[in-house]
Design a protein around this ligand. Structure first.
Ligand code: PBG
Ligand code: ZN
Length: 349
């Protein structure tokens, strides 16, 4: 060792667990975790989702007993996804239906009516959670794919392409209705051009400009990691794919432009999704939007993959779960949406 240069020696700086704990710029805290929850329209449902280990579709009547223990452990935020299973689909053809009036709950149509129906799962869940857990922060995913008859994230033209203008107006309307029901945050995941501006305008005009956070899924890639989610939410498109609105996995430049655009259009939080295969995009977002909170979504397929690897003996679940989220924080994320949230509340206690 005597022959080694001083500049070669690093190990003296991290030989102890405590000195290792100082190597991160930021430590994980419980409030960094936002828990995605699937709410279905059978009020008494508690149905295990086979492709998402340990995760359920919940009915509104089950939310208090499910969330109570998590809130006690330090759960501070949730993001809600509605899963309409008791709806019938309007019959094809599937093209844009801009003139269907709001009906009583139960019809999946071209405008995604169940999304913001007073009797639909999301609005009901917001009210139940607000009433029972006054300190829990409620974000709502805003999209139409779970609620349209065709399963796409916006209105369609007759040729099956997205009709952007009415899609964006409708997405803004759903956002405002979630705000009216008591959501603290709306998070559009549709990737339609111009929706951040339209939602922000809608929130301001409805009196929520200073009350509701707008979290944009800014850089959302057309990923193969959404499969378990689409099972869980029944939101796979009935034809085609989402490549005309979600970003190509190669598209670093488009992701950067989308992040800057959404900052300019009034987003309060920027999100990158999925997370682990897109750490470079998280790092780019941290540099492009340094004055915004930065979220990333460890999506259903990432969660399932970590479980599958652990089951196959590739690694230990907890160690790998920590390694995955620590990489996201290292890349610059300040907030992580993950199905591991209940585990981290336990592990960080
Ligand atoms: C709906 C939506 C999806 C996810 C969040 N919102 C799926 C998709 O775009 O097909 C994925 C979440 C996950 O996989 O955990 N627009
Ligand atoms: Zn969608």
């Amino acid at each position: 060792m005597a022959s080694m240069d001083i500049s070669s020696i690093l190990q003296g700086g991290y030989q102890h667990p405590v000195s290792r704990s100082w190597q991160g710029r930021r430590a994980l805290t419980k409030s960094m975790f936002m828990y995605p929850i699937f709410i279905t329209d059978d009020p008494n449902a508690s149905v295990l989702i086979p492709s998402l280990p340990g995760q359920h579709r919940w009915g509104v009547n089950k939310l208090v007993e499910f969330l109570g223990p998590l809130v006690k452990k330090g759960l501070s935020s949730v993001i809600l996804f509605g899963v309409p299973l008791n709806c019938v689909k309007a019959s094809p053809p599937y093209f844009a239906v801009t003139d269907i009036p709001l009906t009583s709950y139960g019809l999946q149509d071209g405008r995604g009516s169940p999304a913001d129906d007073e009797n639909g799962p999301v609005i009901q869940a917001i009210k139940v959670i607000r009433a029972n857990f006054p300190n829990l922060y409620i974000a709502c995913d805003v999209c139409l794919c779970e609620y349209t008859d065709h399963g796409h994230c916006g209105y369609l033209n007759e040729d099956g392409t997205i009709h952007t203008e009415p899609s964006v107006q409708r997405i803004a309307q759903v956002s405002v209705n979630y705000a009216k029901a008591g959501a603290h945050c709306v998070a559009p995941s549709d990737m339609m051009d111009g929706r951040i501006k339209a939602i922000k305008r809608g929130l301001i005009d409805a009196g929520f400009g200073n009350k509701v956070t707008l979290m944009s899924y800014s850089a959302k890639f057309a990923s193969s990691l959404y499969g378990p989610f689409r099972d869980a939410a029944g939101s796979a498109p009935s034809f085609g794919d989402r490549k005309c609105y979600q970003l190509p996995p190669t598209a670093k430049g488009l992701a950067r432009r989308a992040i800057l655009r959404d900052v300019g259009e009034g987003a309060d939080i920027i999100m990158v999704k999925p997370a682990l295969p897109y750490l470079d995009i998280i790092a780019d977002a941290a540099q492009l939007a340094p004055d915004h909170p930065l979220a990333c979504y460890q999506v259903s397929g990432e969660f399932a993959m970590i479980h599958a690897g652990a089951n196959a003996g590739v690694y230990e679940l907890k160690t790998m779960a920590f390694e995955s989220v620590e990489s996201m924080v290292r890349a610059g994320a300040t907030l992580i949406l993950t199905y591991f949230t209940p585990d981290f509340l336990e592990w960080l206690s």
